[in-house]
Design a protein around this ligand. Structure first.
Ligand code: ATP
Length: 373
């Protein structure tokens, strides 16, 4: 993957309105040469509209789009040399696979020998040679996907845009096709921009993920960054299953030391004091704890001094194979979700002590929704 500096596409202050509805709001983004970039977000957040603007199928209401530094905002799709793969593949069913692959080159008036060369070369790479003579209507779904991709690759686009291409697949096949896509990206080294509402898909495929919500970008980062350091409360609750526990806490100073206080625990935060005190929401903050960072603590065992321990009661047990999700209720009635190894049985009503380390928690400002530290 390319590093920052090798920018292929730049979106600058892009806004798109449809009859007064703002679908995309003041979006700024760089797409790097050779990367697999995933757009992730709930339905209606503006992913497809952004992709369509990159392709030239929609014109931004405001803002500019640059391709390798050149302003292309007004360029028609065919001038951009950008491949677009739709959800339904839109193959020509009455044509053979060969004709489907060659079609985009015929309309671009590419010489016959060059068409033959490109079609054969991509068909070989995607193992489509045995089906070149078949009608597209006779193909199975996974072959159709390869034909749809091959049809774009023969045009030799600078970037491939894919809009939920795996939506029509049943779960097992979907994972298989996902792995194929990733392999092709390595093989062809092309920049891919991929839209999905499935976080698992974005986390497995993306070199970087753009997380969108209500027409805005919430965060752009590697899968690790958006998981470990969510920039906003939205990202914190959207990424990760089960989602992060978000607990209201109050910031207090006692005998010169800084604490976050909830009805169930108190954690010292002297090390984060400077950042916390910049928040305009004080004293109210939100503490984020991932379910996998909550652990069961044996009260008979000694514990490190910084471990925060909370008495709780098992509310619900959800087995997940080698792990299980436990919903536990604290004495104050707060419900927390935790993920623990299935090494023993748990029953609803059972009393436990749960624990976490303060340095593994994240803090958010409830007014701005932004992550603090
Ligand atoms: P989905 O995953 O459901 O496709 P999305 O994140 O891709 O959602 P968009 O399709 O980009 O979202 O839509 C963003 C907003 O813009 C939605 O409110 C949608 O109704 C609106 N919208 C999109 N296209 C049009 C259009 N042609 N005319 C009017 N409104 C539109």
């Amino acid at each position: 993957m390319a590093r920052e500096g090798q920018i292929l596409i730049r979106l600058e202050n892009i806004t798109k309105e449809f009859n007064g509805t703002i679908a995309v709001h003041n979006l700024n983004l760089e797409i790097w040469e050779g990367e697999f970039l995933c757009f992730l977000g709930p339905s209606g957040c503006g992913k497809t509209t952004t992709l369509r603007m990159i392709a030239g199928l929609e014109r931004p209401t405001r803002g500019e789009i640059y391709l390798r530094g050149q302003r292309i905002t007004d360029w028609p799709p065919q001038r951009r040399n950008i491949g677009f793969m739709f959800q339904n593949y839109a193959l020509f069913n009455h044509m053979s696979v060969y004709e489907n692959l060659a079609f985009g080159l015929w309309v671009r008036r590419v010489p016959r020998e060059e068409i033959e060369r490109r079609v054969r070369s991509v068909a070989q790479a995607l193992e489509l040679e045995p089906v070149l003579h078949l009608r597209a209507s006779r193909l199975d779904l996974s072959t159709m996907q390869r034909v749809a991709l091959a049809r774009i690759l023969v045009i030799e686009p600078q970037v491939l845009l894919l809009d939920e291409p795996l939506n029509n697949f049943r779960p097992g096949l979907r994972e298989l096709m996902r792995a194929e896509l990733k392999r092709w990206q390595y093989q062809f080294g092309r920049t891919m921009v991929y839209v999905t509402h499935d976080q698992e898909e974005a986390m497995t495929l993306g070199d970087r993920i753009v997380i969108m919500n209500a027409g805005h970008i919430e965060q752009v980062g590697t899968p690790d960054e958006v998981y470990q350091r969510p920039a906003t409360l939205f990202v914190a609750s959207f990424i990760g299953r089960p989602s992060m526990n978000l607990l209201p806490v109050e910031y207090r100073i006692s005998e010169g030391r800084a604490f976050l206080v909830s009805p169930d625990f108190e954690i010292p935060v002297d090390d984060r004091r400077e950042i916390i005190e910049k928040s305009h929401s004080l004293p109210n903050l939100i503490l984020g704890v991932r379910p996998e960072q909550l652990r069961i603590h044996d009260p008979q065992e000694s514990s490190p001094p910084d471990l925060i321990r909370i008495p709780a009661q098992v509310d619900l047990v959800r087995p997940q194979g080698r792990k299980l999700i436990l919903d536990v209720k604290t004495r104050s009635g707060t419900l927390l979700q935790m993920v623990v190894p299935s090494i023993r049985r748990f029953v609803a009503g059972e009393q436990l002590e749960i624990a976490f380390y303060p340095h593994q928690t994240l803090l958010f400002d409830p007014q701005t929704g932004k992550g603090l530290c």
